[in-house]
Write a protein that binds this ligand. Structure first.
Ligand code: MG
Ligand code: ZN
Length: 387
């Protein structure tokens, strides 16, 4: 009887531990006293929570003892997320708006409404010898990262997008989707081999856990976190914040011009599509941990602008009656996306420019402005659209 009691006690304790997992034990203490920021940033860390609207943020905060790293941001604005052809955007048009500064049709990756390729800010900065990176929790060829380094008519062209990455020269790529690089359907090419020939070290989480990576400063790094889609947070995925912490150090050392890092909390959107409120909170809190890494870095360095936003809201999520702190009830109005305005959070030099209400394309133009990029160069497009 006694041992049975002991076992049940231990089991309850275990349950408590598991139950607490969604709460983050972060101090959220940032020493900002006497903090000197540069006038303009050298580096930009852009974090996109796919499908992360105000309710997703609120739900994560109220499920985490009323705290979030996002609450540290002094400057907040809103963007209008609509696409060129529809009021409700998808992640392809939404990503392209932020990456390339143009409204395009849903489904288009880094191309305008007529299918003409448009240069992204990441590609432009790469051509100026900035180091660049993309760290995501989807496949690395999914719509949001693809908008920053590929140019395709349709977002489903994953194997073609992988081909575009061969030429994009992104210093750091972390995400799932190895299957689009090896054992491809459209051809017999082994892109892992081709990336290695182009000066990449290619690694896989299956064989090298992230804390065992020897970051190759004289090469680029392509690191696969899954053959297909990475796990969900509740399924055990936990690399995002660690990757951001290590990734900024890596990119900082790879260029003395500066760096541009895109980070995506990709699966917030998928939990919205599934109307899984608890999943939304888990994914948003995971993303918030990555945000915390970014602002700690920015706070230390004084030369880095951190931007957090989403491409759109999805789920039409609500926090329902009878909800209490850390015990929420969720509602959803759709399995798809919505047209609600999306918050933009800015921290660090140049952040003041991000106040107000503006189009999603303005995020691109504001980033170029704070980096001092006056003349738009767009060798990919015969008709560069005006600023
Ligand atoms: Mg996405
Ligand atoms: Zn979606």
């Amino acid at each position: 009887m006694y041992s049975l009691l002991k076992i049940s006690f231990a089991f309850t304790f275990l349950l408590l531990l598991v139950g607490c997992k969604s709460n983050i034990s972060i101090s959220y203490d940032l020493d900002e006293k006497g903090k000197e920021f540069q006038d303009y940033p050298t580096n930009i860390i852009l974090l996109i929570g796919d499908g992360m609207g105000l309710t997703q943020i609120s739900a994560a905060m109220y499920s985490n003892n009323n705290r979030l790293a996002l609450a540290k941001f002094p400057v907040i604005g809103f963007h209008k997320s609509h696409a060129a052809n529809e009021l409700i955007t998808d992640s392809a048009a939404g990503g392209t708006a932020i990456a390339c500064g143009i409204k395009t049709n849903n489904g288009n990756i880094g191309t305008d409404e007529n299918g003409i390729p448009t240069l992204s800010i990441l590609e432009e900065l790469d051509s100026m010898n900035f180091s660049t990176g993309m760290i995501v929790t989807s496949t690395i060829v999914h719509a949001t990262p693809a908008a920053f380094a590929a140019h395709r008519a349709r977002r489903e062209m994953y194997e073609e997008i992988a081909l575009d990455y061969l030429d994009a020269n992104v210093d750091l790529l972390i995400g799932g989707g190895r299957q689009y690089f090896q054992n491809r359907e459209m051809d017999d090419r082994d892109l892992v081999n081709e990336f290695e020939n182009k000066g990449y070290v290619v690694m896989d989480q299956l064989y090298t856990t992230m804390n065992k990576i020897k970051w190759p400063l004289d090469k680029n790094l392509l690191y696969f976190t899954a053959d297909k889609q990475p796990l969900t947070v509740s399924g055990g995925r936990d690399y995002l914040s660690f990757a951001v912490r290590q990734g900024v150090q890596y990119l900082e050392q790879k260029s003395n011009k500066g760096f541009f890092l895109l980070v995506e909390g990709s699966q917030i959107d998928w939990m919205n599509h599934a109307n899984d409120g608890r999943g939304v909170v888990m994914e948003t809190l995971d993303f918030d941990r990555a945000i915390w890494e970014a602002i700690q870095y920015a706070n230390k360095k004084g030369n880095t602008l951190v931007l957090v936003t989403a491409d759109h809201e999805s789920g039409g999520m609500s926090i329902e009656a009878e909800s209490r702190m850390n015990k929420l009830k969720y509602g959803f109005t759709t399995n798809g996306h919505t047209a609600a305005m999306i918050p933009v959070f800015a921290y660090g030099p140049g952040s003041n420019l991000f106040r107000g209400i503006y189009e999603n394309t303005s995020i691109y133009h504001k980033m170029r402005t704070v980096l001092g990029l006056k003349e738009r160069i767009n060798p990919l497009s015969p008709n560069p659209s005006s600023e």
